[in-house]
Design a protein around this ligand. Structure first.
Ligand code: HEM
Length: 286
């Protein structure tokens, strides 16, 4: 009798069996393996975005004409088949879906792990296999989430009190006036260091989640994760640092081609609306 009670306590199922079978692929997502796949695939999409975003932001070094023309190009992507910003909204929707699924999969995997080990570890965990980046994934993930919320309010929405001197469709001005504030520049540096730890471990472990973990490939995986992280985070860190150093500044509002640059607006029509920067010829050139 006593045995029966002990057994019923020790072999409690981790999760209740679902009363009805969910259709594919939702039934796969019920399992730990399915959640790991979702984390890995959405992780690849998010890594692709932050890589492309960093490359696009390198236009800051070319000056406002190039940076703002790039923003304009993004808004008119797919024209004339797609209208103003439709492609951009499609990409934003995909990005948001990937972000939400990534967080949901991470959260529910954590809940599954907790349910599987309700009393916690009795001894020190084996931290040889779980390095610092791996152990801090939840914390770096939370910092990145808070950063992205701040970042969108700062540079996309132009929220008063969060942004610098925000001007719609003038990302060059918005980045510079935002990063000129030392506290904000410091926050971008810290958030990107946290992002670095997160993507370094993420890039390494997504191969594991997808089952591509042949020991012979481990060296390549680690190198790829390191190079990718250094390139993306190196680029991202350079922006607030270079604004603080005065290398990227409002002085650069005169482009390398000797033309003053004015903010493009969509209501100008013609070439201006399609992405060509509005160029005001200097006195001397007239
Ligand atoms: C210091 C480095 C960064 C710079 C200079 C930068 C710059 C910008 C700018 C200028 C925009 C506004 C684009 C516009 O609507 O005109 C933007 C939007 C955005 N950024 Fe960044 N960014 C940086 C790092 C990051 C990082 C690390 C992430 C993700 C972890 C990120 C995610 C986003 C997202 C999700 C948006 C909104 C996209 C949209 O509205 O279409 N950014 N960024």
């Amino acid at each position: 009798m006593q045995h029966a009670t002990e057994r019923s306590q020790s072999v409690r199922p981790i999760r209740k069996r679902p009363t009805r079978q969910l259709p594919f692929p939702l039934n796969l997502y019920q399992t730990a393996v399915g959640k790991k796949w979702v984390m890995a695939i959405t992780g690849i999409a998010l890594l692709g975005y932050i890589f492309a975003h960093m490359i696009g932001n390198l236009k800051l070094y070319y000056g406002p004409a190039d940076m703002n023309a790039y923003g304009d190009w993004l808004r008119h992507l797919g024209y004339p088949i797609l209208q103003n910003s439709q492609a951009l909204w499609l990409m934003r929707t995909g990005l948001l879906a990937a972000f939400v699924l990534h967080i949901h999969a991470a959260y529910s995997l954590t809940m599954m792990n907790r349910a599987a080990r309700p009393t916690g570890y009795q001894s020190q965990r084996d931290y040889i296999t779980a390095d610092f980046a791996g152990r801090t994934m939840r914390w770096t993930g939370v910092i990145v989430l808070l950063f992205v919320i701040w970042h969108i309010m700062d540079l996309t929405l132009g929220t008063p009190g969060v942004s610098g001197e925000f001007i719609e469709h003038d990302p060059y001005n918005n980045v510079v006036t935002s990063f000129e504030r030392p506290l904000v520049a410091g926050f971008y540096v810290i958030a990107n260091l946290a992002l670095g730890l997160h993507i370094w471990h993420g890039t390494w472990s997504l191969f594991q989640s997808l089952g591509w973990n042949n020991p012979r490939l481990n060296g390549v995986r680690r190198h790829f994760a390191t190079v990718f992280t250094v390139v993306v985070i190196g680029g991202n860190l350079s922006f607030p640092i270079m604004v603080q150093a005065g290398v990227i500044s409002q002085e650069n509002r005169t482009t390398p081609y000797g033309q003053d640059y004015d903010t493009p607006t969509d209501d100008l029509g013609g070439d201006a609306a399609l992405g060509s920067p509005v160029v005001v010829t200097q006195e001397a050139d007239r």
